[in-house]
Design a protein around this ligand. Sequence first.
Ligand code: FAD
Length: 439
Amino acid sequence: MNKILIAGAGHGGLSAAAILAKHGYIVTVLEKADRNTIGHDWHDAMDIPAFKFADIPIPPEECFKRGLHMCYYNPKKTVRLNMDAGPGLSSSDCITIDRKFLINYLIEHCESCGVKFIFNAEIKEVISADKRVCGLKAYINGEEKEFLADMIIDAAGMNSPVRRTLPENFGIQRDFLHEDTFEVFRAYYENTEKYVTDPNYSVFFYNCGKPGIDWVITEEEYMDVLIGKFGTLTQEDIEASLKDIRENYPGIGETPIRGGSVEKIPLSKTLPLLVADSYALVGDSAGMTVPLNGSGIDLSIQAGKLLASAVMAASKNGFRKEDLWQYQYRYFTLFGNPLIPISILRRFLSSVTAEDIDFFLENNILTEKEINMAGGNFSGITASYILDKLMAAAPLIKLLPDLIKTVKPITELSDIYKMMPAVWDDKKVQKWLKKYKDL
Ligand SMILES: Cc1cc2nc3c(=O)[nH]c(=O)nc-3n(C[C@H](O)[C@H](O)[C@H](O)COP(=O)(O)OP(=O)(O)OC[C@H]3O[C@@H](n4cnc5c(N)ncnc54)[C@H](O)[C@@H]3O)c2cc1C
């Protein structure tokens, strides 16, 4: 019987694990956290259809809150742009859910399907031979143990020790570039005056002058504060943003009542290659996150379902990358390709100044239409549309070379989509990878 190891209890790994266990595979998850403490200490946004897509029962209605009403502000806070729910989604499809509840819910679902969990198991590195992944080395209670398997699913997040210790000749990108990461502080503060804004979820571009986004979500009981910068977030950045937020939000408590940690999120487009012999990446480990619209959970859970189908098909031939490619192809076709423009938009946002962003919003160059692209809605983005935008931005002459460099790849997107081989062919895959990496 085929043995599958899941590295880390990431969302995509768990969604794949449940399906594989249901189909008779022996599935074990190695997770470094303790069962009692696993999960982030806050609520996050996700979409209900992701559960359905991945054959996971929808949690009981009382376990989440429906509706997500977001708006974006420019650095001067003179323009507000509202964001819709995304294509094909009604606002009530978008929910906020407690991350500790969610991860435990997924773990329990996996256990009911027959998945085995080993908690407090810190994976150190991959075991590989002849360009094939064969297992993992992990520390459990200070003791090093080896776990061998027929197939490893890497769901250990953006700093996955599995991906990072893969031999170079696997062709998988081991690290994210520093500028392709987003460092964030997240905490809940008491809402002493029950001050609630409408919409209650406000995102601030470039707050306090540094590339990044801050947000404040007002709930009657608390205010949820996120302070994030592209690249490095310093203590001074946190203090400056908190000071600014305090000035705009009356009654915000002095000390965090939940959270208070600093985390990193990948910002890049999905990594170019997600599969090797007996190995596949999913979730943050594969760079499937889109922090501009908060869709890392959905994408991971849905990718897990695609991965499980490909793993089952690939098991007949010993989990070759040629067969696992189906997972990558289907993921990119369904979810990954449409997200490329967002990563281009994000890259552009990190290369301009706060004054430039003010100019873009105040002069209707960056409008709700572009912001809603972050929800996946980029219909109507044609070459002439982009040209018009460029012309409107012409007063920022110094920016023009950057703008052209940024939008040029958008014109190559349809080539990238068309060129991706549906079936593994060494030459074609290498050619596609090169094109995708250059984007
Ligand atoms: C502040 C913040 C806000 C966010 N908001 C949203 C949002 O609103 N909506 C949204 O969809 N996404 C959001 N995200 C992103 C979201 O958290 C991720 O995209 C999502 O969790 C998918 O990542 P993952 O499951 O692949 O990996 P992770 O959630 O990082 O899980 C990886 C797992 O692997 C384990 N692990 C790591 N290293 C090892 C090791 N060495 N050995 C064993 N186990 C290991 C970890 O303990 C963890 O359990 C947010 C992230 C942050 C930090």
